[in-house]
Write a protein that binds this ligand. Structure first.
Ligand SMILES: Cc1ncc(COP(=O)(O)O)c(C=O)c1O
Length: 441
């Protein structure tokens, strides 16, 4: 499509991420404003946010405390070099994150996104073993259907075929655990499914195949989000923890979507009572307002690097914007907002109402499974033969026309509203989804 340089609003130049560009540009959907639970569209309609943006605006939109903190910081200290220099807000935010993190997490490495958090954690895992004299541990284990962002490490350990197959040979020395989506056994489950803990035992098979002394880390999402919302079977995460510990393998939880209250606890690792060696986060860290991510590590991981001459850099890794002042200010104000408004507790309180509303869709046309945890919900649809993903995408478009934002991955509708959602808004969200599904072929 040639650029029309005479029309200021020409849409051609912007190659949109994870978007059907031609479909979008033929019938654009633009947001021009947002407040609390709603977006305003370019044609002046209010749209209820059923997805917290992209699982990130956990406190809702345009929250005054966060806006003011950003404005103040921008006027006071716009940027400070991230290497060999510091500024107070980044240290304060790191401490504040550790305050709400699981016991055992003691250090924070700042990044700019979930993808960068994943790359950072994988690199720390490799360098950690090397620093301890176990440099043969170079293998990384992910999981089928896992999503860990879009950079090369993340797509290598990730397990979504469309995100992998077009991008060459990826990282060498990666293997995958089986996914835990068992629809026949676990259909219509509320919370954690009964079946599938034994799938963690596959890690013993990989250890037997490759040798534990070649494996650096296992990375999984406690709840797999982008692949269609798959909750961990009861006992699964505990088993992974036990097997990784037994073999000296680091366990990384990718909490990019589950972090910051989504399950009703600060992090899913607290919700499920399993603590990894590292956690990757982003999104809700700044309420999605300013790009920022963070990797949390134990003291054991961090301290392995604190060796050698003191003038030497310990970890040759970092980003120009690691701990950026404005992002740090946004993060502090976001954590204040979560705390002052008790939003994690609020999520836990409203979760049963959410679960009931969601599961009331059982029996609705096209629905073949429903899953939930905290303020997360998934509705799996029967795919149209020969046109997978089309039915869910049509549902997304129809819901948008009816004033509700949902998200779809494959033929699954995934919902993750801001933690400030009210019961009548849950009714509107679920009611609209019901109407839409009943009207679709
Ligand atoms: C589990 C998980 N990891 C990593 C990412 C990547 O985050 P980002 O898009 O900020 O790079 C995502 C994004 O949705 C995610 O869900």
């Amino acid at each position: 499509m040639a650029l029309d340089r005479k029309t200021p609003n020409d849409l051609a130049a912007f190659w949109m991420p994870f978007t059907a560009n031609r479909q979008f540009k033929a019938a654009p959907r633009l947001f021009v404003g947002a407040k609390d639970m709603h977006y305003t569209t370019h044609d002046g309609r209010q749209v209820l946010d059923g997805t917290a943006g992209l699982w990130c605006c956990n406190a809702g939109h345009c929250r005054p405390k966060i806006t003011e903190a950003i404005q103040k910081q921008a006027a006071e200290l716009d940027y400070a070099p991230a290497f060999q220099m510091g500024h107070p807000a980044a240290f304060e935010l790191a401490n504040r994150v550790i305050d709400i993190a699981p016991d055992g997490m003691e250090h924070v490495f700042f990044t700019n996104s979930g993808s960068e958090s994943v790359e950072t954690a994988l690199k720390i895992a490799l360098a950690y073993h090397r620093a301890r004299g176990e440099g043969s541990r170079t293998r990384l284990i992910g999981r089928e259907r896992g999503y860990h962002g879009v950079n090369f490490g993340g797509i290598s350990v990730g397990g979504i075929v469309t995100n992998r197959k077009n991008f060459g040979t990826l990282l060498a020395g990666v293997d995958h655990l089986p996914h835990t989506h068992l629809p026949d056994e676990n259909r219509w489950t509320r919370g954690q499914p009964e079946h599938g803990a034994n799938l963690a035992d596959d890690l013993e098979r990989l250890v037997a195949l490759h040798g534990a002394d070649t494996i650096a880390a296992v990375i999984v999402e406690p709840i797999a989000g982008s692949t269609g919302v798959i909750m961990p079977p009861k006992g699964y995460l505990e088993k992974l923890r036990a097997i990784t510990r037994k073999h000296g393998i680091l366990l990384i939880f990718d909490e990019v979507i589950t972090g910051f209250g989504r399950t009703g606890a600060a992090f899913a690792s607290q919700f499920y009572g399993v603590t990894p060696d590292m956690m990757t986060t982003a999104k809700g860290l700044t309420n999605g307002v300013i790009p920022m991510g963070a990797v949390l590590t134990t003291a054991e991981v961090h301290d392995a690097f604190m060796d050698g001459p003191e003038h030497m850099i310990e970890l040759f890794h970092g980003y120009t914007y690691s701990g950026n002042p404005i992002a740090s200010a946004a993060g502090i104000a976001t954590l204040d907002t979560y705390k002052e408004e008790g939003l994690f507790e609020r999520c836990a309180e409203i979760a049963p109402y959410w679960a009931d509303a969601l599961h009331s869709l059982k029996g609705t046309r096209h629905v073949i499974d429903i899953r939930n945890e905290g303020l997360i919900g998934a509705i799996e649809l029967e795919p149209i033969a020969e046109a997978p993903t089309k039915r869910a995408f049509s549902a997304f478009l129809a819901a948008y026309e009816k004033g509700v934002l949902i998200r779809t991955t494959g033929d699954i509708i995934a919902m993750s509203p801001p933690l400030i959602i009210e019961k009548d808004q849950i009714d509107q969200l679920i009611g609209t989804v019901r109407e839409v599904l009943e009207s679709l072929d």
